[in-house]
Design a protein around this ligand. Structure first.
Ligand SMILES: NC(=O)C1=CN([C@@H]2O[C@H](COP(=O)(O)OP(=O)(O)OC[C@H]3O[C@@H](n4cnc5c(N)ncnc54)[C@H](OP(=O)(O)O)[C@@H]3O)[C@@H](O)[C@H]2O)C=CC1
Ligand SMILES: N[C@@H](CC(=O)OP(=O)(O)O)C(=O)O
Length: 344
């Protein structure tokens, strides 16, 4: 029987992607949609300014949106997908966990909290066991699991494939699509014929979340990876798909051929939304490209290419679909992992 799920922030850009992925999902059944007080009480099709590239499923359009409060969500909902502005997430997510709901959240609040698993299933599924520590410390019947920032998700799987060479220093420079800023994030006058070399708080997220994701959980606490990470983030006028340039210095010698082999053979998982292969390595020097490669693996794959030796170590480019692998798809995959691991 499908697990009944709720979506917090269901009318937003990521909430709409969540609905697009969850509605046909055989393991999950959408049973609750929440948003702000101004949307509550309206049907979903009245409340949401739908912008996803497939129509609103009929039965979803007719559902009534409720306020984002545990008392408004049916008790038989077991799993909550949260895609709220982070200030709202920080306020309401603990209440859902206290009320017994398992929350798979995309919002940035609490990602770096010591007892909150920050998970990319193919990279660090074992960090999910931090939930035992979380429940002991917080006394929750529910639980809170986070997926990382969309730019972090794009480069960390490629680093995970290279850990056997001993990661020492990583430099990453991003070319991020406008959808990452949300529909009202950057105006057309700001971004057309332009590039903006600043995205608030983004560099810090790449630098800290990557070290947590590649850290080791010893059963009691998580020890962060000791690699040094420096990030520089840029907004460019693409719609979807974050492209990143990465330089990696390693303890052991690392040739482009060995790196390509490690990335191509990095294992996927037997979860419905996990693509196989996880990392697609291009031989063509001008790939990956956002418009051509963001839908690889139904938007869940990581694309890499342009591997070469430089005076600053191995250099390559990588790409992922920021609102699918980088947001809604990441939360759904964490939901699948929670199900697989018996939390639901
Ligand atoms: N856009 C993207 O590509 C990405 C976004 N994210 C993150 O995901 C989260 C959501 O982003 P996005 O979908 O773009 O945001 P949107 O602004 O498009 O949507 C926000 C959602 O939250 C609801 N909401 C806003 N305020 C409240 C409130 N006070 N109480 C309850 N619900 C509220 C809105 O409801 P209503 O319609 O009623 O206002 C809406 O459903 C953010 O944390 C963002 O940083 C992460 C990665 C990528
Ligand atoms: N800041 C990201 C999107 C985002 O909302 O990230 P986060 O999930 O860390 O809030 C971007 O602009 O592309």
């Amino acid at each position: 029987m499908a697990v009944r799920v709720g979506v917090l922030g269901a009318t937003g850009a990521v909430g709409q992607r969540l609905i697009q992925l969850l509605e046909p999902h055989p393991e999950f059944e959408i049973a609750a949609l929440t948003a702000s007080e101004s949307s509550a009480g309206h049907t979903y099709q009245e409340a949401a300014k739908w912008r996803v590239d497939s129509p609103i499923p009929d039965e979803i359009g007719e559902m009534t949106v409720t306020a984002t409060d545990p008392d408004d969500v049916p008790d038989d909902v077991d799993l909550i997908f949260s895609s709220l502005p982070s200030s709202v997430g920080a306020e309401v997510e603990p209440g859902f966990c206290e009320a017994g709901y398992i929350v798979s959240s995309n919002s940035s609040n609490s990602r770096m909290a010591a007892d909150v698993p920050l998970v990319i299933p193919e990279v660090n599924a074992d960090h999910l066991d931090l939930l035992e520590v979380q429940r002991d410390e917080r006394g929750w019947d529910g639980a809170l699991v986070k997926n990382p920032n969309c730019s972090t998700i794009t480069f960390v799987p490629t680093l995970a494939a290279l850990t056997e060479f001993g990661l020492e220093k990583v430099h990453v420079s991003t070319l991020q699509a406008v959808s990452g800023a949300g529909y009202d994030g950057v105006t057309s006058m700001e971004i057309i014929d332009n590039a903006i070399p600043y995205i608030g708080s983004e560099e810090d997220k790449l630098e800290t979340e990557s070290r947590k994701l590649l850290g080791e959980f010893d059963g009691a606490e998580l020890n962060q990876n000791s690699m040094a990470v420096s990030a520089s983030c840029n907004r460019i006028p693409t719609i979807d798909g974050h492209l990143e340039n990465v330089w990696v210095e390693t303890e052991d010698d690392l040739t482009p051929e060995a790196a390509a082999e490690a990335m191509e053979s990095y294992p996927s998982l037997d979860l419905r939304s996990s693509p196989d292969p996880l990392i697609h390595v291009f031989d063509e020097p001008d790939r990956p490209q956002p418009r051509m490669d963001r839908t690889l693996g139904n938007g869940m794959a990581i694309a890499a290419g342009g591997l070469q030796e430089t005076p600053f170590g191995l250099q390559y480019n990588c790409l992922a679909h920021n609102t699918i692998r980088g947001a809604a798809g990441a939360s759904v995959l964490n939901g699948e992992l929670l199900l697989e691991n018996g939390y639901l």
